[in-house]
Design a protein around this ligand. Structure first.
Ligand code: MF3
Ligand code: CO
Ligand code: CO
Length: 257
């Protein structure tokens, strides 16, 4: 069921999203050789709590398991849902993907970014660029009269032009009163199993997760981390977006600017 949001909801989501973007900017400033993923997670949790908000991921239940962290920090071939553990020590060259969700006054926002640490190859810098471009191309279709699958095709076609492929089975989603609401926003056209018309009042977390080679994935031993099967590295960018009558309003911020 899709929950449409009104203008009051939009105000709450904007506040939530502002905190989430600031949290990512905090992560950006902490990332360097020798820092552990746990230190970043701790700092982000403290920051979110200091704003009178709550980390959406903390205590979140997926298939009966409870997630005990405030962020997901996924490195290199880890596509998404990487755990921010103490033994995950940053050391370039690395692609560090930080994903954070915030609940403020009952409103959730969700945003992710990819950071290159150290001397990352040109091809992988291009992977970041293509993934970010795919995010913004996808967002461009988040307007009334379009379908959710238009977002999927925009993402897919953008990254295919560079020779990259969306990770399979991992998706964007509706968001707002819950972290994950309908509809799913598939990143790969072959994953599409239903489609929706986009309507004013939809709030969408659009999040291309793109592999430098093939998009096939597996789940790691920890039961959470999704990794590429072939070991290829991946990039991930995510914005929370509101569909207004005039088109998409990006609620989370581009933290590269
Ligand atoms: N990475 C997911 C998203 O962006 C949310 C993580 S849920 C968790 O939608 F429980 F794994 F943290
Ligand atoms: Co996210
Ligand atoms: Co999300």
């Amino acid at each position: 069921m899709i929950i449409l949001k009104n203008d009051v909801d939009l105000l709450g989501m904007k506040e939530s999203a502002k905190i989430a973007s600031s949290a990512l900017r905090l992560a950006k400033n902490l990332i360097r050789d020798g820092v552990t993923a746990k230190e970043i997670d701790d700092a982000i949790r403290e920051f979110i709590l200091s704003k009178g908000a709550r980390p959406s991921f903390l205590g979140y239940k997926v298939e009966g398991k409870t997630y005990n962290y405030s962020t997901c920090i996924s490195i290199n071939d880890e596509v998404v849902h990487g755990l921010p553990l103490e033994n995950k020590v940053l050391k370039g060259p690395m692609l560090v993907k930080v994903d954070v969700g915030v609940e403020f006054e009952g409103y959730h926002s969700d945003t992710a970014w990819t950071f290159a640490l150290g001397d990352v190859s040109e091809r992988r810098i291009l992977l970041m660029k293509a993934t970010k471009e795919a995010l913004y191309k996808g967002i461009g279709f988040a307007k009334p009269g379009r379908k959710v699958s238009d977002i999927t095709y925009a993402i897919y076609e953008t990254v295919r032009r560079y020779g990259f492929e969306p990770a399979r089975g991992v998706t964007g989603h509706g968001i707002g009163l819950d972290l994950h609401e309908d509809p799913l926003i598939f990143n790969h056209p072959e994953d599409i199993d239903y489609d929706y018309g986009i309507k004013v009042g939809m709030a969408l977390a659009i999040e291309p997760m793109i592999a430098e080679k093939r998009g096939y994935v597996k789940t790691g031993k920890d039961g959470w981390t999704i990794l590429t099967k072939d070991g290829s590295w991946s990039a991930h960018y995510e914005h929370t977006v509101f569909v207004s009558k005039d088109g998409p309003i990006i609620l989370t911020e581009d933290i590269d600017v």
